[in-house]
Design a protein. Structure first.
Length: 296
């Protein structure tokens, strides 16, 4: 939509989303400067109940100073939801909604928020996964994110298990595509020290079709940015395919047939090479995206 806030465009293509507690304004600027494509100022899980009001004030002041950030509000039905929305009145941007599962509630939220505000639903319940197509297709939804930790708790499985959550992750990828939304954003990696764990999570998410990552620590950002950026070899392949395709007719590149689906894939690779506001893609080694993540 033409009157959408510029942040919605960044959210649609961002590789990395870094959470920052809303009651820690001393970290806002540091988060914005750490290389994450998008910063999420959190009013929900990261803020204790007795600090919610203070956090709202800090977030409002940050936005009023001309800074951009997604704001994660508390869930619909909580004691803080209405006050969170009131604090955002007149302030456009993008709102992350936790435990999103009801398209009607998202539609009501869209009517409440300032015109041009986008919605980033965090789908982290069984009902949200089962109804993910409707959630993704709701008004003002820019993109969906996967909440692995809360969903795992509800299902009684380990949130670190790729096997246990594979179906749910894939269901959200399919739902986003069916609703015409960008590839969803994968959930957090709670281990902020072991890079091997992060690399494995990134590779798994890329393989399933995710396009970005929720991060809980700045040190996760460089690897996640790299994991969701095409390699030089992939970019070179994509450029060759686009150049060879010409009018879109079937052709052959390096012995491989190139038809319209392959051309669309190549164009998608090039689109991911330079996310909005991210500059040039980071240098990466060879191999499929997410399988080699060298520290830069």
């Amino acid at each position: 939509m033409s009157d959408a806030h510029p942040l919605t465009e960044d959210v649609a293509v961002a590789r990395t989303f870094l959470f920052v507690p809303g009651d820690r304004p001393d970290r806002f600027g540091k988060a914005a400067a750490c290389g994450a494509d998008v910063v999420i100022l959190d009013l929900e899980d990261a803020v204790a109940p007795d600090r919610k009001e203070e956090a709202r004030g800090h977030v409002a002041a940050w936005l009023d100073a001309g800074n951009q950030a997604v704001v994660r509000v508390n869930g619909a039905g909580t004691a803080w939801y209405g006050d969170d929305l009131a604090a955002l009145a007149g302030r456009t941007g993008v709102v992350m909604v936790p435990k999103a599962e009801d398209p009607a509630e998202l539609a009501r939220l869209a009517r409440t928020l300032p015109v041009g505000t986008g919605i980033l639903p965090l789908i982290e319940t069984a009902a949200g996964i089962v109804g993910a197509v409707g959630v993704c297709a709701a008004p003002s939804v820019v993109r969906a994110a996967f909440g692995s930790v809360d969903l795992a708790a509800q299902l009684g499985v380990e949130h670190t298990s790729h096997d246990a959550l594979r179906h749910a992750r894939s269901a959200l990828v399919l739902a986003a595509a069916a609703a015409g939304r960008p590839a969803p954003v994968d959930g957090v990696t709670t281990d902020v020290r072991d890079e091997t764990v992060l690399r494995a999570d990134l590779g798994h998410a890329v393989t399933l079709g995710y396009g970005g990552k929720l991060c809980v620590h700045p040190r996760q950002v460089p690897l996640a940015n790299e994991g969701f950026s095409p390699t030089r070899e992939q970019v070179s392949w994509a450029r060759d395919v686009v150049a060879a395709a010409g009018d879109g007719s079937v052709t052959v590149v390096d012995g491989q047939m190139v038809d319209r689906p392959v051309l669309l894939r190549a164009r998608a690779v090039l689109a991911r090479a330079v996310p909005a506001g991210a500059g040039s893609p980071p240098a990466r080694g060879s191999g499929p995206a997410g399988t080699r993540l060298d520290r830069s």
